[in-house]
Design a protein around this ligand. Sequence first.
Ligand code: GLU
Length: 477
Amino acid sequence: MKKVKTRFAPSPTGYLHIGSIRTALFSWLFSRQNQGEFILRIEDTDLKRSNQKSIDVIIDSMNWLNLNWDGELFYQTKRLKRYNEIIEQMLNNGTAYRCYCSRERLENLRKKQILNNKKPRYDGFCRNYVNDNFLNKSYVVRFLNPDKGSVIFNDKIRGFIEFKNQELDDLIIQRSDGSFTYNFCVVIDDWDMNITHVIRGEEHINNTPRQINILNALKAPIPEYAHVSLILNDDGKKLSKRNNTVSILQYRENGFLPQAILNHLVRLGWSHGDQEIFSLEEMKKYFSIDDVNKSSSSFNFNKLLWLNHYYINTLPSEEVANHLKWHIKKQNIDINDGPSLIELVNLFKNRCKTLKEMAKSCIYFYEEFNDFNFDDAKKYLNKTSYIFLEEIKSKLNLIKDWNHKNIEQVVKNAVIKFKVSMGKICMPLRIAITGITKTPNLYIIIYIIGKFRSVSRIEKALNFILNKKLWFLKIFD
Ligand code: GLU
């Protein structure tokens, strides 16, 4: 048996769609579970639309998701010599021909065919022309598609698919400016790179019979094909940039872990009993391309969020911390003067569904803040809480052994002393220390922030209350 070899072949013309990543994942899994190879090929022959930024996005995304590829990174633009060589060969052996038809002729032909209720297709006018007459005229190169018979292939997801050759016309494989078309380059690449299985989006089904015909003309082996269905959104509509997040790197921006993304993607159109959670190892073990559903599947944002929370909670903290680092950097937080990333993960993993949320919720550990939210201050920083905060401040100052148990005791003593509920003291204290109303365990936070900084923050809150009294007598009760 031939060694399995699959590929991911994106065109670098913009962001990388989450649907493309699912195809890449299926392709990657199939090669890995068969001890095969997986290559990454940048299909950059469309010079107008391809750009370096999009290439970087592809590489960045694959690295982030840990979908490693084997060997060199291929670029179609580096293979032009090879494409030219094959064009020459095909012209010489008659499997391709030069077409000199003018734009007007083709336009008239099209109009006529439409008027006669026929599908517009090239009529093969230049098939039998002697090229020499037209030496100075510009031309395209067309593939001589067989006239008779059908192309039948057994799609691994959709079963047998048949196209009549009469429905396919003589495809342009080289344009008049010398550039090559998609269907041609893909065929030469898949052949040269010994691709055994082409796993790609269903939008390419119509290209497959054309590609098979060219492969046959070249006497090249035909790979197996699997065309993966579309991903829809919750409303059953195509996942689109207008209404949904579709760019894979946007998911990183939004604080998702690669494990959650891959887990959600593998389940779109494929299942293994009732199992929802799949590690990469389990995916490799159980995934089967033949069992992928041919109907479209729905991207469920809430499920992804659930998976993300699950992985934040269950992956080793060091691993989550590694991903968190990227977000901390994005928020411009300098963590040298505060808890480590691992400590952060341990503190926040239960409460944060995304890493972005985590990075945004921890700023008070590292940075002083100068203002309070107006509504929170109005509600919690007042005459009564002034007395509580003053008490806490002086008692915190007296703690010799700075640990969260002793800090908790200070608060509990104040609760007893003032005969009030815990909340009455904790909320003002939380706002004084962190500036916000929702945090993990307050005693641990105060412990981590340290005695000096905690006391000085309470002092700041006390001053705020005093100033508020002077300036806004009306809102100060
Ligand atoms: N470059 C094509 C695309 O981005 C994929 C071609 C293929 O997989 O055959 O849609």
